[in-house]
Ligand binder design. Structure first.
Ligand code: MN
Length: 251
């Protein structure tokens, strides 16, 4: 099917959905990958998406990330993404039954009138769910094992990696994320705007490490000083979790 036919086909599917209010599971499912090959799987069959609880108290990352920021960030910001994602999917039972990964990998098959809402709020849900697990009390230091070797090989040294990752976070204009990803089988550093996920970076990119550089992630403690926030954040990185993601991404 050429691109023009594909676009036409997509618009017909979209129009049909809007017209009848019924989902067409076979068509919507086409082209989507299964949850089993994802590196982040949330609910299997969610009635509604929900914010997963933090695995640590709000003050666990003090003094690097303050408790008030964690509370507002998790409960209010992540909460709002989930509320708005559920609102966008209201009445769309076939879409509600999908995993968050499948929704975000198959954005092209989501009806146009809710596609941006799913991209932004679904992306916010996915990004933050991952982000909470990439930090822990007493984190920081350096990665070990395969991930350390791969970082040294790709960036020359851990310090070289930190410098490039920090630059990606500082260089992201406005709001977004810095990422260490496995893409086309290689470790690389990239960033996304807004709440775009690594799924939008192409090359079957899979997240190994991600950093939220929205002002809401640091403004209470660091005000406009994003660089100070990033410097402090290295002290709470959960490298065990990054190593798990790296191992899963290589499979
Ligand atoms: Mn955030």
């Amino acid at each position: 099917m050429n691109r023009r036919k594909f676009l036409f086909h997509t618009s017909i599917v979209g129009a049909g959905l809007l017209g009848t209010g019924k989902a067409a599971p076979d068509l919507l499912g086409a082209g989507c990958v299964t949850a089993s090959d994802s590196n982040l799987t949330l609910e299997e069959k969610p009635v509604a998406f929900s914010v997963p609880p933090l695995a640590y108290p709000f003050d666990a990352l003090e003094p690097h990330i303050d408790a008030k920021t964690m509370e507002i960030h998790h409960d209010k910001h992540h909460g709002a993404y989930v509320t708005n994602l559920n609102k966008a999917l209201d009445g769309q039972s076939a879409l509600q039954a999908k995993s968050i990964d499948d929704l975000l990998k198959g954005l092209d098959s989501i009806p146009e009138n809710i596609r941006t809402a799913v991209r932004n709020n679904g992306g916010g849900h996915w990004n933050h769910t991952l982000f909470w697990t990439l930090m822990k009390k007493g984190g920081g230091g350096e990665p070990k094992g395969d991930l350390a070797a791969a970082i040294n090989s790709a960036f020359g040294s851990f310090a070289g990696f930190q410098e490039k990752f920090t630059a990606a976070g500082l260089g992201r204009f406005g709001s977004g994320w810095a990422w260490l990803i496995l893409k086309d089988g290689k470790l690389s550093i990239d960033s996304t705007p807004n709440q775009d996920t690594p799924y939008l970076l192409g090359g079957n990119a899979k997240a190994v490490l991600g950093l939220d550089v929205w002002e809401h992630a640091y403004y209470l403690k660091y005000q406009n000083l994003r660089g100070d926030y990033i410097r402090a954040w290295w002290n709470v990185v959960n490298w065990d979790r990054a190593a798990e993601l790296f191992a899963a991404a290589k499979k």
